[in-house]
Design a binder for this molecule. Structure first.
Ligand code: SF4
Ligand code: SF4
Length: 401
């Protein structure tokens, strides 16, 4: 490696001429058009919680000058707020991933991230859970194995909803809604391969490409073409980084289609006042703002309120970019800001459609001991609005009288 050292007083700065070249190569030149305007720094949510912001302008400048990367590189949640305001259309999240890969090559990623990759490698999930238990959450649901001759779609559950007990509740609710709509769907059970979204987020491109190749092979063998994901992160990985032969849909998009086709309807009023939190990987990375709202609008009784930062301007929960596996100081949690925005409305329910958002927002409520607000996934609210809920409720009322 071509390194030089320059002495500045007592401080020695290492200059590395190759980092800029590597970055340009890894981003196919996309980073080169940055003209240092600083709009990214001004819009990054880190500026709301910390005096030391994460500035892609600054990081790009550092590598242009041949200066060492620093650990702020790993603060980025890949929320893409900055991208929405960059006048040069720099794919900033991709630039961060490329810089992170340079850190992987130097063997200096933060503690905790190598074990994330090893877990995906050994267990096909990032949570260090045994692959043989991937389908355990659904053991009482009798979900059929996906068969392309019988099923319209594959329900891609994903690693988090397969193992995290909170996210499992969302998966169960979605199963109820799909069944109520008469959708013929199947699952891959313990054989479900990873999407690799977390590996992509932490910037290990070569390993992510291996996962893409493997998962593509599994999908081809199983005859999968149309798949519905629970997580916006899996949806993003499949939509943006897998071959075009697959048609991924986030579940809110699929439910919106079912509603438009009059295959799904909600009969049971749900008298909630709801503030909707757009997941970054739906609203910004994939420009999907309407589908979740279409589902919420179709639920009778629901009063849906927009928060100060909504749609393309959504405020990140703090869980993307691998941050779920890294420590965040209590006073630096974006989710606290988001919870406050919801509290500033009349809402008693903070709704979202992403397992990471649910985890971050619920952690914030717990840490702040807030009981006036409850976090729910759209699938859970939709399941409450099913006709069968009404029947179930009236049966309960009957047996009680
Ligand atoms: S907003 Fe875009 S052009 Fe401006 S400094 Fe940031 S990356 Fe560079
Ligand atoms: S992607 Fe989000 S967290 Fe990362 S630099 Fe941009 S605005 Fe900041």
């Amino acid at each position: 490696m071509d390194q030089k050292s320059a002495s500045m007083g007592e401080r020695v700065i290492t200059l590395d001429d190759e980092v800029w070249e590597k970055l340009i190569e890894l981003t196919e030149g996309a980073a080169a058009v940055c003209y240092q305007c600083g709009a990214c720094t001004a819009t990054c949510p880190w500026g709301l919680v910390s005096e030391e912001t994460v500035s892609v302008r600054d990081l790009i400048r550092r590598v242009q000058l041949g200066l060492e990367l620093d650990d702020r590189l790993w603060l980025c949640t890949s929320c893409a707020q900055c991208e929405a305001y960059c006048p040069r259309d720099v794919p900033i999240a991709e630039v961060f991933r490329a810089l992170r890969y340079i850190d992987w090559q130097r063997n200096t990623p933060p503690e905790g991230l190598p074990s994330l990759l090893w877990s995906v490698y050994w267990n096909d999930n990032p949570w260090e859970q045994p692959p043989s238990q991937r389908a355990a959450w659904a053991q009482d649901l009798a979900l059929p194995a996906f068969d392309p001759d019988e099923h319209e779609v594959l329900l891609y559950v994903g690693g988090t909803a397969s193992y995290d007990t909170r996210a499992q509740q969302v998966a169960m609710a979605l199963v109820r809604v799909l069944r109520a709509a008469g959708v013929a769907f199947g699952v891959l059970g313990d054989a479900e391969p990873p999407s690799g979204a977390e590996v992509l987020d932490v910037g290990h491109q070569p390993y992510f490409q291996e996962i893409v190749a493997h998962t593509t092979e599994v999908f081809r063998e199983r005859g999968v073409t149309r798949l519905v994901t629970l997580s916006p992160h899996s949806y993003d990985a499949f939509r943006q980084h897998y071959p075009d032969e697959f048609e991924p849909l986030h579940y809110t998009q699929y439910l919106a289609q079912l509603l438009a086709d009059e295959r799904l309807s909600f009969a049971q009023p749900v008298e909630f006042v709801v503030a909707f939190h757009d997941p970054c990987y739906l609203a910004r990375h994939n420009a999907e703002i309407e589908a979740p709202r279409a589902v919420l609008r179709a639920i009778p009784g629901l009063d849906v309120i927009e928060m100060a930062d909504a749609g393309i301007d959504t405020l990140c929960c703090g869980g993307g970019g691998g941050r779920m596996w890294l420590e965040t100081e209590p006073d630096e949690r974006f989710a606290d800001l988001r919870v406050q925005e919801a509290l500033d409305t009349e809402a008693t329910i903070l709704a979202t459609a992403c397992p990471f958002c649910i985890a971050c927002l619920e952690d914030s409520l717990k840490a702040q001991k807030i009981t006036a607000l409850r976090v729910m996934d759209i699938a859970e609210i939709a399941a409450l609005a099913l006709e069968s809920q009404k029947v179930r409720r009236s049966k309960v009322e009957k047996s009680e009288s």
